[in-house]
Ligand binder design. Structure first.
Ligand SMILES: CC(C)(COP(=O)(O)OP(=O)(O)OC[C@H]1O[C@@H](n2cnc3c(N)ncnc32)[C@H](O)[C@@H]1OP(=O)(O)O)[C@@H](O)C(=O)NCCC(=O)NCCS
Length: 156
């Protein structure tokens, strides 16, 4: 989908990523200190402004579920609705039960706006238990709370 919705700031366009976006995606994800694994450009949507990728997010696909991940808005663009726009788009195009993990309670509140609810470890599908176990361990080491969430329904 290519979308020049009025909900985005003028000049911003949401589109599927291409192979040429991979370094911009890696840079955004690494600078935000997010999980650098499974950054396949084909799973990403990006928002660009004047040819520059200013936001990204992806749906990692597993056998029976998907993970909304790698959500990053470039610092200069935060607080202008780009994160909301890309999250809603990814929710809309997801085809499997949708999960995410986030560090800290503030981000959980951000995702709750879209209809994500906290779930327990036991409720996760097996592939996501495996995937999230590594980051759960890392989060324990740095003493940050991890919130696991599943998309249930839009509140709007
Ligand atoms: C989280 C992030 C993607 C949000 O993007 P954004 O474009 O700034 O978000 P929006 O402008 O759509 O914000 C919508 C609302 O969410 C709130 N919000 C934004 N970021 C938030 C955060 N990190 N924690 C809590 N609330 C947040 C905003 O205050 C805003 O609230 P308002 O409508 O009451 O003013 C962005 O802050 C970011 O890239 N953070 C660093 C990477 C990261 O932590 N990614 C998430 C990994 S799980």
């Amino acid at each position: 989908m290519t979308n020049a919705s009025p909900a985005l700031p003028t000049g911003c366009v949401l589109r599927p990523a291409t192979s040429r976006d991979i370094w911009a995606i890696r840079k955004l994800v690494l600078l935000a200190k997010l999980d650098p694994t499974q950054l396949r450009w084909s799973q990403f949507s990006v928002i660009e402004f004047e040819g520059q990728v200013v936001a990204c997010g992806q749906l990692r696909s597993f056998q029976t579920a998907q993970e909304l991940g790698s959500m990053v808005v470039a610092p200069a663009w935060r607080g202008r609705g780009l994160g909301t726009y890309i999250a809603k788009h990814l929710i809309e195009v997801a085809t499997q039960p949708l999960y995410l993990e986030c560090l800290g309670s503030n981000l959980a509140a951000f995702y709750a706006r879209f209809g994500f609810v906290p779930v327990s470890w036991r409720e996760l599908p097996l592939p996501l238990k495996r995937k999230f176990s590594l980051s759960a361990l890392a989060a324990t080491l740095v003493r940050l709370p991890v919130t696991l969430m599943q998309y249930r329904q839009s509140r709007e």
